[in-house]
Design a protein around this ligand. Structure first.
Ligand code: NAP
Length: 275
């Protein structure tokens, strides 16, 4: 498979997945959103990211029902539910809503007040029970990652899902290198800046030179490190097809230099925003 991400257990997935935040909000868009996800899966974008918080696990379950074995399904437990018992119960609820017997990657959505030790204990047990294939975290910065990895079984944390796009490069300073040194893939969320990068002038200029679209340049840039995948949300088959093309773009050194000048890389620690 071209442009893949390899998890520590050797499992490989396409570096471009599909987000689903805001899907399922409007009943009139439901069929189009399901069609968009299915189109992406057929193209090979088989990582589908949802969360109990998104309230759309039924929609995602319906989208993947006929191709479940091809899909790498990601869901997340809310921090308020992330006690030992709460994590296990939340997982059961998600399995039910997703109409599946296994979540491939189950994440703690962000740090809450329940001790990491309880969440990790539940994750490991869910894994032993076969209800999840692997577990990970989201929005967790390096100091807390150190704490999680020091817990019994904590070193098996499979991935960290964080905000990463041209306008939000803070994780490049320490979290991305820290994760990749440990063989832990990073999942870049909001890789097209929640759509805002579609209208960027420099991206449009570079896109014209490659005969592609600005969003495709933003995605190719987010996936340029081996080990970093991107999970854009696209609500139409047209956007899914556009995004898929980003996998075949090779940014030049000159492209990267111009992007660095407009969107500078961090030169000091920037804590993860808002968490
Ligand atoms: P995003 O993927 O950066 O941007 C989504 C927006 O970009 C949508 O408005 C979408 O419009 C638009 N878009 C997508 N492809 C496009 C294209 N080819 N041309 C023009 N516009 C395009 O932002 P996001 O949804 O915040 O992040 C992606 C996913 O990451 C989420 O859906 C969610 O699964 C995950 N996430 C996780 C967390 C977390 O805390 N772990 C937080 C935020 C997001 P259309 O819908 O019209 O296609």
């Amino acid at each position: 498979m071209e442009h893949t991400i390899t998890f520590r257990d050797g499992l490989q997935v396409c570096a471009l997945g599909q987000g689903t935040w805001n899907m399922g909000k409007s009943p009139s868009r439901r069929a189009e959103e399901i069609e968009a996800l299915r189109t992406g899966i057929e193209l090979g974008m088989t990582v589908i990211d949802t969360a109990e918080m998104y309230g759309n696990e039924e929609l995602v379950g319906e989208a993947v029902h006929d191709c479940r074995d091809k899909v790498f399904l990601v869901s997340k437990v809310l921090p308020s539910n992330a006690s030992y018992r709460g994590t296990k119960e939340a997982c059961e609820r998600s399995l039910f809503k997703l109409s599946t017997d296994r979540i491939d990657l189950y994440l703690l959505h962000w740090k809450g007040t329940h001790p990491f030790s309880e969440t990790v204990r539940a994750m490991l047990e869910l894994q032993r029970e076969g209800k999840i294939l692997c577990w990970g975290v989201s929005n967790i910065d390096v100091p807390d990652m150190e704490r999680i990895c020091a817990l019994p079984g904590g070193e098996t944390c499979a991935a960290n899902q964080v905000l990463y796009n041209l306008k939000e490069r803070g994780v490049e300073y320490d979290l991305i290198p820290w994760s990749l040194e440990r063989g832990m893939p990073v999942m870049a969320y909001s890789p097209v800046g929640e759509g805002t990068l579609a209208g960027d002038g420099l991206l449009a200029e570079i896109a014209r030179e490659h005969e592609v679209m600005p969003v495709q340049i933003a995605l190719a840039w987010a996936m340029r490190h081996p080990g970093v995948m991107a999970i854009p949300k696209a609500g139409s088959t047209a956007h899914v097809r556009d995004n898929f093309r980003s996998l075949s773009i090779e940014l030049t050194e000159d492209d990267c230099r111009r992007l660095d000048a407009a969107f500078p890389a961090p030169v000091h620690k920037i804590p993860l925003a808002g968490w």
